[in-house]
Design a protein. Structure first.
Length: 332
């Protein structure tokens, strides 16, 4: 895909001149403008929203919208973003989406109004269509973190949420487990849907019997996991393995099981998702899929700087998680 640098090189003019032609700003000779436009056509170069945004004066700041502020997961993201912003000499402006689509939209527009050069969005609640419409409605570059979206939604750097759960199921099957329950939120957000799809595709791949697979709806959180654990111990039969959508859910389940004398992993193996710092310090320590939040955040901040300085986005990127084997799983 052609960049503004390619146009500049082929036309024999500076990137600043190309930018002025794109944005219709400043003085450019008619012959130069026609030459640049001809090269753009030959290269099939399409000016991005980044170039359009840079035509206006912005502040020396990067906006960051998080769907939620609770939990160490978002704390790690926020800390890494702050470290990167300091290195870049940029101010980091933060807004809370309150886990609601309406507030996530309001947060982005608020940061745009505050003249942020670029906005980084970690959304759990907005649909793909809503993010595309949002990107088209603002005059600064939009960087999406945590989920893969089409180019029309802005740049995206994401986890492979589906593959994370698939890895968890694969590990349990490798240990000989054939009755595997998934505990996680109902699929009413993109992240929750992707994780559930990962579970469903994995149990289908391994030909797990219908009677030995199930999804128990549970919001993220210790209390929610504890409540589901209590329900499971009073049910007619326990699965021999569980995948949870977060470490918090797994820790809640383990507490409920322990109170009823059910041993993890002797009686039930558990694999979770996230690799929260506390997952290594509970008893038993959690086998979990690490979602590299620091790497994702660093990359998003790097792309933010690239968008500001070079007026372009690289292709969308997907970063895979990795399985961390600890003591909450055991072979049958």
């Amino acid at each position: 895909m052609a960049t503004i640098s390619d146009v500049s090189r082929m036309a024999g003019v500076s990137k600043a001149t190309v930018s002025r032609v794109i944005n219709g700003t400043g003085q450019v000779k008619e012959s130069t403008r026609l030459l640049v436009e001809s090269v753009m056509k030959d290269l099939n170069y399409k000016p991005s929203s980044v170039a359009q945004a840079l035509a206006t004066k912005r502040g020396n700041s990067i906006g960051l919208v998080l769907s939620d502020f609770t939990g160490s997961y978002f704390g790690l993201l926020l800390k890494q973003a702050s470290i990167s912003a300091d290195k870049m000499g940029k101010q980091l402006l933060i807004a809370d989406g309150h886990n609601q689509a309406e507030y996530e939209l309001q947060a982005v527009h608020s940061l745009v109004e505050k003249k942020c050069d670029v906005v980084i969005l970690y959304s759990r609640m907005l649909s793909e269509e809503q993010v595309i419409a949002l990107n088209q409605s603002i005059d600064v570059p939009l960087i999406n973190v945590g989920r893969r979206l089409p180019e029309s939604a802005g740049f995206s750097v994401s986890f492979d949420q589906q593959h994370a759960v698939t890895m968890a199921v694969d590990h349990l099957v490798d240990l000989g487990h054939r009755a595997i329950t998934y505990i996680g939120p109902s699929p009413d957000t993109p992240t929750s849907l992707s994780r559930l799809e990962g579970y469903l595709s994995a149990v289908e791949k391994h030909k797990i019997k219908e009677s030995h697979r199930s999804h128990i709806s549970c919001s993220f959180g210790f209390i929610e996991g504890y409540s589901v654990g209590q329900q499971l111990v009073t049910s007619s039969s326990l699965p021999n393995a569980i995948v949870t959508a977060s470490d918090d859910i797994a820790i809640g389940c383990i507490k409920a099981f322990s109170e009823h004398g059910i041993s993890v992993p002797k009686q039930i193996s558990i694999v979770s998702i996230d690799n929260d710092p506390c997952s290594a310090f509970v008893t038993p320590s959690l086998t979990t899929v690490d979602l590299p939040i620091r790497a994702i955040t660093e990359r998003a901040m790097d792309v933010a700087q690239q968008a500001i300085e070079q007026q372009c986005f690289p292709p969308a990127e997907v970063i895979q998680g990795s399985l961390i084997i600890r003591h909450s799983t055991k072979a049958l």
